[in-house]
Design a binder for this molecule. Sequence first.
Ligand code: FES
Ligand SMILES: [Fe+2]
Length: 383
Amino acid sequence: MLTTSQTDIDRILTALDAYRGTHPPALSLPPESYRSPELWELERQKIFHRSWWLVAHADQLAETGDYVAVSIAGEQIVVTRAADGELYALSPICRHRLMPLVKDGAGHTDSFTCQYHLWKYGLDGRLKGAPYMGGNKEFEAEQCRLPGFAVADWNGFVWVNLDANAAPIGDHLDLAAPQFDNYRLGEMVQVDSWSMPWQVNWKLVMENGHENYHVIGLHRETLEPFMPGGGDLHVETYSPWVLHARIPFTLPLPSDTLALSDIQQRHGMLLMTFPTGAFIALSDRVVWLSILPQTVDRVQVVGGVLTTPELARDSAEVELTQQAVTAMINDEDRVGLEAVQRGVTSRYAQRGHLSPKESPGILAFYRNLATALLDDNPWPGSR
Ligand code: FES
Ligand SMILES: [Fe+2]
């Protein structure tokens, strides 16, 4: 007998809806959530095209002509520092016949010249030259410019939103600012940065980022001694898009260069923005990370390490920090999560029960995910 079965996407959305209730299930998402092309398409429309993405630190965009280019689900964005001192976020796709003007990465230039027919654009996106176009009377060179996106600098963290009319991210971040008031975030100096592909669905990385439980496994020799996975996270949600969590240290980590509160000395102070922005203050080091979705099973992980100007002058300190962060956070998580991505394709994969050590953060992420995918107007304040 033929029966009508629910499709993957229906099953996923039904499961997601339950996380919005007062008694959300202490379960991970259905495994199809990490591999479904239909869900990926819905995420593109409902989340990726209207969220704020952390893409760089302002130190990477300090001089006129500095730029950082990234892609989010196939849409390229370049952030520039133009001669007027402002940041611009632009679509670097040539307005002539659509050749991309830059490759993803960071660089320095005075303009972007398309390699196809040499049309040239300024750092603010205005067309500066188009050879042999004078004979086309329909073409108005002064009207031609690269489309702009929303861009914001909050304490040196640079954010972009493909929705040029998005409500400002700063209003949301400011709600969490008192937790970070002694870190002098705006003065911190970036001493390392990276951008690397991971073969994993973006939501698996975010779940991992919302819990410290996995430290007992993936980071047992590196993070476990000072930030144990058995510690209880204190999670606070400031707005649908900003979450703060405190992760207890084994021993206080006082700083010689910052006047930290008792709570700040005793905790890794984490700030997460939905969908994928994050930074964590570990005494006088701050690590930022952003997970940029590329395809249903691939992300580009960008991030950096910041420290106080005083410590940044000590090269031995800087080298130690770089090595530790790269080894611990990036490689251990990457190897673990790429393995999990292989796990979710098993025909025997099922939803897993969550430990109370991981559920506060993970369920907060699922709730935001459900809101973003199911609500008609999940972004209060968007114009
Ligand atoms: S496509 Fe860029 S100049 Fe023709
Ligand atoms: Fe980790």
